[in-house]
Design a protein around this ligand. Sequence first.
Ligand SMILES: C[S@@+](CC[C@H](N)C(=O)[O-])C[C@H]1O[C@@H](n2cnc3c(N)ncnc32)[C@H](O)[C@@H]1O
Length: 291
Amino acid sequence: MNISKDLVETLQGFISKNGTQESIHPFFKSDDFTLYNGDSLEIMSRLPDNCIDMIFADPPYMLSNDGFSCQNGKMVSVNKGKWDKSKGFEDDLLFHEAWLKQCHRILKPEGTLWVSGTYHSIYQCGYLIQKLGYHILNDIVWFKPNAAPNLSCRFFTASHETLIWARKDKKAKHIFNYEAMKNGKFPEDPMKKNETQMRSVWSIPTPSPSEKEFGKHPTQKPLALLKRIVAASTNEEAIILDPFNGGGTTGIASKILGKRQYIGIDMNKEYLELTQKKYEHLNNKIELFTV
Ligand SMILES: C[S@@+](CC[C@H](N)C(=O)[O-])C[C@H]1O[C@@H](n2cnc3c(N)ncnc32)[C@H](O)[C@@H]1O
């Protein structure tokens, strides 16, 4: 059964509360990859309960507030886009609560959620994850060995992000591919020693220029980070959702690992165009090698 095809049909045949037919059509669709352009709250609200195996969410960090950072020795604005502006503490909290609630509803009972963030957002998300009844499995520190220096020299250089991994239901058996984490190869990470348990601090550089060959997303995650997350917490046939698709790193990682179905949502078309380019390039490469 092509499960994501059923979900696509659900969205196309959606009947609103007042009885009118309202269709949502994918921006892009292939056998294993579907992209939607729109507000993820709206699109997720139309998905049925208990239909997704794993969600990776990299929500706006709400840190585009006219500050400065350093990039390649130059002073640059920290502003990423309108979508990353804080609307104030209470409104940001309401936004995070709304999408986290939808994620909880659409996850399968044994499904898991990953949320990434810095202190600007991760404590709010962590509080809400507990409030909404998820069960936290781990918090991961993603250490960036090549983080940009601090310009003000008045506090420590920010060089990590936090990822919260939680399951929907404390009683359900979630997926954790222990052996793949212990014995897999992670050449990018000097902290991971061969054949030892995977720990909760991961050293992974920010995306390399080759990961930006089709264009840039201002907050793109490294592929190695998402490959590790998808490999750890999903099996073949999993349906994986990213409600803040961005440049599609989660989808590309899912495609590289294979036999998984990906659904990505983003309100900005340009990021979906970038994702589609990356997907098509990868798909052509895979087809070339499997002929
Ligand atoms: C932090 S970025 C995600 C980056 C992504 N993980 C990557 O590796 O490229 C967040 C993304 O969420 C999108 N976004 C923000 N609010 C949204 C909303 N309400 N619905 C859909 N997309 C949204 C933004 O356009 C942005 O691309």
